[in-house]
Write a protein that binds this ligand. Sequence first.
Ligand code: NAP
Length: 474
Amino acid sequence: MPNFEKLNNPTEGQVITFTNGKPNIPNNPIVPFIRGDGTGVDIWPATQRVLDASILHSYGNERKINWFKVYAGDEACDKYGTYNYLPNDTIEAIQHFGVAIKGPLTTPVGGGIRSLNVALRQIFDLYSCVRPCKYYSGTPSPHKYPQDLDIIVYRENTEDIYMGIEWEEEDENCINLINYINKTAIPNSSKLKNRSLPERAGIGIKPVSKFGSQRHIRKAIEHAKRLSGDKRHVTLVHKGNIMKFTEGAFRDWGYELAVNEFRNDCITERESWILDNIQKNNQITIENNAKLIEPGFDKLTISKRDYICEEIKNTISKISKSHGNNKWKKLVLVDDRIADSIFQQIQTRPQEYSILATLNLNGDYLSDAAAAIVGGLGMAPGANIGDKAAIFEATHGTAPKHAGLNKINPGSVILSGVMMLEYFGWDKAANLITQGLSKSIEKRQVTYDLARLMEPSVEPLSCSEFAESIINNF
Ligand code: NAP
């Protein structure tokens, strides 16, 4: 047990441990929680009430979460002193107890203060941020068919431009770096020769590693394996047409992982297309190949000797037995889409997608856009998962203008709690909450953000009344 400076060790409950990245959940786990700034004062009590009620309702006294209050943000400064936004006690508690849940935390813009949310993800190496976007019947939406969207954004959480390695335009290191890039790094590269950076510019670094990309995509594929039917599908989202060695490499490493590590479970879109065509055409000749080479497939190299392109030959010899005859249709399909195209695809063809594996920045944008389709930030949960810890949190921020008014929608932290219960394997309690939430929405018992969009308009419930309504609808 850690030696806390200002916290009293919990007297009841057991510690969650991890084996090979998988949690071992006791029946009475100790779970640290951070109330959060701003609307956290309203949202957290409502969330705790719903989670406890669902567990009691589902398992009686057999299972129970022992909540352990830890501090971050403004509350931490009050307890631990000015500017102590993330005290050691909190870090040690999460490290020791393994799983935590949090409300939103303020990030001051500028002034060199780091985002607490980003810091927590990096300290605990929570490399995958998981954000499901699913429609609950009756939720007002700006979209015509919001029920068609049921996706999970898997956002890489530790790399990319979000590492925050950047320099201001006036910083001497920045000026020296630009000098080095213009005078040495660019001229030394045959591909970059005639380019140069503007002499006075801020600089940010965008690192994307094979290790970081593959461990994240591995989690996404493992998740897809647990799904069924068309939902066994992972789309690698990237902007590799422009950023080849970061975003493009993310895609390439994703495919490499799929065919090397998950060979028996996965099929790539390209392989599925080849197998499908072979089945339809029976035999592929050079004429058929000509037909096979569609836009996007124009890099196939055709061997004149045996009249079959090398790639098709390889695919046939490697996987036609194991994956052919439609067997591939039951496997996890891995494909890729350019980031800008996926924004319109989730609106125009949402039913075609399931898990979207993305880099850090793309995933941030995409999950908010997807949340808007299914009812907005009030309904957008999230989890940050690593191999030794997990922190569950809403996608939205502290919404300061609504703080303390008992008005805000607690749905997204409650649904983050649902994700935590699923992570525990406590599916009965998790399902009870989603069922209660769906019924509340169908009965139009909702907070202001959803009420104002309903037609005809409806009198909103308060934050705590909404929590009670969910419980009453178990
Ligand atoms: P925000 O807190 O997400 O709020 C923006 C708007 O989103 C609100 O004014 C409200 O819109 C709507 N909204 C937010 N939470 C809602 C909820 N629970 N239910 C219904 N609607 C909700 O974004 P922000 O004002 O840009 O950021 C405030 C602070 O939060 C910043 O310091 C930011 O850095 C931080 N932040 C923290 C996290 C995190 O802790 N993970 C994430 C994002 C931002 P209406 O007023 O139109 O109803």
